[in-house]
Ligand binder design. Structure first.
Ligand SMILES: [Zn+2]
Ligand SMILES: [Zn+2]
Length: 424
């Protein structure tokens, strides 16, 4: 690459900070508040997408809309070099906001409770910083505003709509997500950072009848209760203690009256783990247990077991992770960089990291803790982990990131992009 002082390794952090301050902070905050007031559910991000498209166009990016539904792709070409893809998600959640913010949601029952409004505003801010600082870098940046992350559909939809065929194929992908934790930190994890998840619906078929004559029925509630109990043994007895996995039954519906034995019982599970192999093992165990308990309970109709949604594991490329953490250390200071280890949340970001030939593109996904300091300091708990459990987390109706995370996130992403663009 160039050997100008701006691009020398020691100067890169300073360049990134200078570029980031050149973005229009007030406009980023304005866009964030506007998106927060007007949240849109997964797959219906029409207004959001058009705002992003207009903002990227204003910075000179070549913008394409309606990629994989409401997805937006903005390509900023600036001479020869590497190609870096920056991704933000745009969708909100079916949550009724209770944050008390002056810019709270104006849409009934819909809220940006996962901070995707912040990610989108930071994407635009990063585009501004890089577009206005073109003389400091060379290469191509692909800005992706992705729909439907919460339903696990958006990334795949964009890939299936030719993301990597119609637009420059990236050498690396970058994304960031706001989270609970004291504002100002950046959390980097090498390797597995987020879990694979599967949502499984189960219907147990029994035989209904009168509550006074259980001998004439096959009670699906008793079978369902046995299933719930035995499912607990998967993580406790079948998974190595060194592995991380979760099996949660979050839904169990059956029956309509105290004296009626119903004919069916419905269960809803979430299964999470840190590798695809482990995920396959757990799902196989769930199937085995559900079928066996139905047989043990005398059910003559086989249970219905259906995986209704699944997300792949998110595994950060170790080299990219170290590289990005390194520039963030030089930009923000080592006391601001933490490694929280893998979390059991899930993301569909890694779906973007597959080429049409099935090759994996390296990527890095990091967290931006964004709890306002007064909220963090007032949270009960002696240790950071105890406090972490006591401040509003993503998906909470009280989730209210400190808006200072916007400028911080623009700087973090600008630095990461510059570092990856100038990588030999
Ligand atoms: Zn979420
Ligand atoms: Zn999210």
């Amino acid at each position: 690459m160039h050997s100008t002082p701006e691009n020398a390794p020691m100067g890169l952090a300073a360049t990134a900070l200078a570029l980031a301050t050149a973005h229009e902070s007030a406009a980023t905050h304005h866009l964030y508040q506007d998106l927060h007031r007007h949240p849109e559910l997964s797959g219906a991000e029409y207004r959001t997408a058009s705002r992003v498209a207009a903002a990227l166009r204003a910075e000179g990016a070549e913008v394409t809309e309606r990629v994989g539904g409401t997805g937006v792709v903005g390509v900023l070409s600036n001479g020869p070099g590497r190609t870096v893809l920056v991704r933000a998600d745009m969708d909100a959640l079916p949550v009724t906001e209770d944050s008390g913010l002056p810019y709270a949601s104006t849409v009934d029952g819909v809220m940006h409770a996962c901070g995707h409004d912040a990610h989108t505003a930071m994407l635009v801010g990063t585009a501004q910083a890089l577009a206005r600082g073109r003389r400091h870098w060379s290469g191509t940046v692909v800005f992706v505003a992705q729909p439907a992350e919460e339903t696990g559909e958006g990334a795949l939809a964009m890939r299936n709509d030719g993301l990597h065929e119609r637009f420059p194929l990236p050498d690396v992908l970058l994304a960031q997500h706001v989270s609970a934790g004291p504002i100002g930190l950046v959390a980097h994890v090498e390797g597995p950072v987020l879990a694979a998840s599967a949502s499984i619906d189960i219907v147990v078929h029994g035989r209904g009848g009168h509550g006074s004559r259980p001998d004439t029925t096959t009670d699906p509630i008793v079978i369902g209760a046995a299933i719930v109990s035995r499912l607990q043994s998967i993580v406790a007895r079948e998974i190595a203690p060194s592995s991380t996995a979760v099996v949660t039954v979050g839904r169990f519906h059956a029956g309509t009256a105290n004296n009626v034995i119903p004919s069916t019982a419905e269960l809803g599970l979430t299964v999470r783990s840190t590798s695809r192999e482990l995920q396959d093992e757990i799902i196989a165990a769930v199937r085995r247990i559900v079928r066996a308990e139905c047989e043990a309970g005398g059910a003559t109709t086989k249970p219905a077991i259906c995986i209704v949604k699944s997300m792949p594991v998110t595994v950060n490329d170790a080299q990219v992770a170290r590289h990005v953490a390194d520039i963030h250390t030089r930009m923000f200071g080592s006391t601001h960089i933490i490694d929280p280890g893998p979390a059991m949340g899930s993301e569909d970001f890694s779906e973007l990291a597959l080429t049409p030939d099935g090759n994996a593109i390296p990527y890095h996904y990091w967290f931006l803790p964004s709890t306002p300091m007064p909220v963090w300091e007032a949270a009960p708990g002696q240790s950071p982990m105890a406090r972490f459990a006591n401040v509003p987390s993503a998906h909470s109706p009280n989730f209210a990131p400190d808006p200072a995370v916007l400028d911080h996130g623009v700087a973090a992403m600008t630095g990461a992009v510059l570092a990856e663009l100038t990588r030999p």
